[in-house]
Design a protein around this ligand. Structure first.
Ligand SMILES: [Zn+2]
Length: 247
């Protein structure tokens, strides 16, 4: 952990330096381009096509706790915490963010008795937020669980409907190696059992950040600093996709 922490501190410092230099570059160069040659800047496909909005979806919430650890850590809470960290990281770097939830609840109308359909309505509401956000990437944050407690490690699922999904998933899965050097998991294409990815037409991925059924990984996920490292891996990988060659 100590070497990982040192690595992350260095990594964060380098990233901040690069961000500041990029910002200064934009202020001086883009500012001077406003006098007559701004169309050159707008036609640059890298900047024109890729500055998107990121829709961050903290999985589960309210009466739906999602998976849980033996010690009583609920997936919904870890999902929300990591999602809020991602919100801070993206917005601090000038990326637009839309959150599907920012507190502990499922997304359905409480004035109507929907009985067993709450979960379905919740997922439909999340999909609708993604669909109403033009030029967006959909990033769903979850924790995993399995009957066999041996399994651990971050794993990314991607939507089959948009070819960009697989690229983003690959970047995040590769990025996870920084934190989990023995993670050899492969990205997986979502089937109809992952409703949001199956239905979404925008570039969409679901990150299973770790297994709450694995006691060692669940203990790490109790730690906010570890959560921040997970968030940073995801953030950094998405930035690599949004601004290739800059991060
Ligand atoms: Zn989940």
């Amino acid at each position: 952990m100590k070497t990982q922490n040192t690595f992350f501190i260095k990594f964060t410092v380098y990233f901040l330096i690069i961000s500041v230099l990029t910002a200064l570059f934009c202020v001086f160069v883009c500012g001077s381009m406003k006098n007559g040659t701004s169309d050159v800047f707008e036609d640059d496909p890298k900047t024109a096509d890729k500055m998107l909005t990121v829709v961050i979806d903290a999985g589960h919430g309210g009466e739906d706790g999602g998976a849980s650890s033996a010690a009583g850590l609920y997936e919904k809470d870890v999902n929300l915490d990591i999602s809020m960290m991602l919100y801070d990281m993206f917005t601090a770097n000038g990326v637009n963010v839309v959150m599907t939830r920012t507190d502990d609840r499922l997304l359905y109308n409480r004035n109507i008795d929907f009985k067993g359909r709450k979960k379905m309505l919740d997922l439909a509401a999340r999909l609708s937020i993604a669909e109403k956000t033009p030029d967006s990437i959909f990033l769903s944050i979850h924790m995993n669980a399995f009957t066999d407690p041996r399994y651990d490690g971050l794993q990314v699922w991607y939507s089959p409907n948009n070819e960009e999904s697989e690229k983003i998933a690959k970047l995040i899965q590769d990025g996870a190696k920084i934190l989990q050097s023995e993670n050899n998991r492969k990205i997986k294409k979502a089937g109809s059992n992952i409703y949001l990815l199956h239905r979404s037409d925008s570039p969409s991925v679901l990150v299973e950040c770790g297994f709450l059924s694995n006691p060692a990984e669940a203990e790490k996920l109790e730690n906010r600093e570890y959560r921040r490292q997970i968030a940073f891996v995801i953030f950094n990988s998405v930035m690599e996709y949004l601004t290739p060659g800059e991060s």
